[in-house]
Write a protein that binds this ligand. Structure first.
Ligand code: ADP
Ligand code: ADP
Ligand code: ZN
Length: 214
């Protein structure tokens, strides 16, 4: 089962991708998480990616495509995977299609988590990420048991720099210009499924499970 999560920043792609990965036993591949891990470890890729991410811009396609194509060829991906945050541009989608065709494979679903712009700023300003394990919470909608402390590993939570309102506006513009055209792309490919991302986290997940099957 090979799945792409589409949706605006803050729509809930990561939240749902983690639940899909756990239920179906497939890897969750988040390009944002990969970049943030590289930044934390001070790698060359991390240094390059950071200059774009800080401005709310996309990292150039050539820094992303090979990374993902190599990742999906690994052994743990043989029964499928859920891509979260990739592809984000038409050239990325085309490169992915080509790589899959070369392997004799194809994508099964592109799930669009649909949330209007009005809801996004509140989603992002309340998002908190764990500095230790990267788990994601929301002050209002997905709170931790103890305030400011990760339920999973006990480390502290932070507001991502790129979740501050001034960067969120840029990211939304970038989404509409560069990523939203993928909805059309995957509609034409016949694999687009849309879920209402404004529903509660569990209800969104139920809608996804109905699409994917139990
Ligand atoms: P969100 O969860 O809010 O959608 P991500 O964690 O997926 O954000 O991505 C954070 C940032 O990492 C993006 O704003 C972008 O700069 C960079 N990034 C992640 N994935 C990609 C990609 N596929 N192509 C280009 N840039 C990416
Ligand atoms: P994305 O990966 O698309 O950027 P996230 O999964 O990180 O989005 O979700 C963004 C924020 O919104 C997080 O703080 C998350 O806890 C919260 N969130 C996710 N899904 C929902 C939902 N259905 N209702 C309310 N809040 C949500
Ligand atoms: Zn943690």
């Amino acid at each position: 089962m090979k799945i792409i999560m589409l949706g605006a920043p803050g729509a809930g792609k990561g939240t749902q991708a983690k639940k899909i990965a756990a239920k179906y036993g497939i890897p969750h591949i988040s390009t944002g998480d990969i970049f943030r891990a590289n930044i934390k470890n001070g790698t060359e890729l991390g240094k390059k990616a950071k200059t774009y991410m800080d401005q709310g811009l996309l990292v150039p396609d050539e820094l992303v495509v090979d990374l993902v194509v190599d990742r999906v060829k690994q052994e743990d991906c043989k029964n499928g995977y859920v891509l979260d945050g990739f592809p984000r541009t038409i050239p990325q989608a085309e490169a992915l299609d080509k790589a899959l065709t070369d392997l004799g494979e194809k994508m099964d679903y592109a799930i669009d988590v649909d949330v209007p712009d009005e809801n996004i700023v509140r989603r992002m300003s309340g998002r908190r990420a764990c500095v230790g394990c990267g788990a994601t919470y929301h002050l209002e909608y997905a709170p931790t048991k103890a305030e400011g402390i990760c339920d999973v590993c006990g480390k502290e939570l932070i507001l991502r720099d790129d979740d501050k309102p001034e960067t969120v506006t840029n990211r939304l513009n970038v989404y509409h210009e560069q990523t939203q055209p993928l909805i059309d792309y995957y509609t034409k490919a016949g694999i687009l499924k849309t879920v209402d991302g404004t529903a509660d986290i569990e209800d969104v997940f139920q809608a996804i499970v109905e699409i994917l099957g139990a």
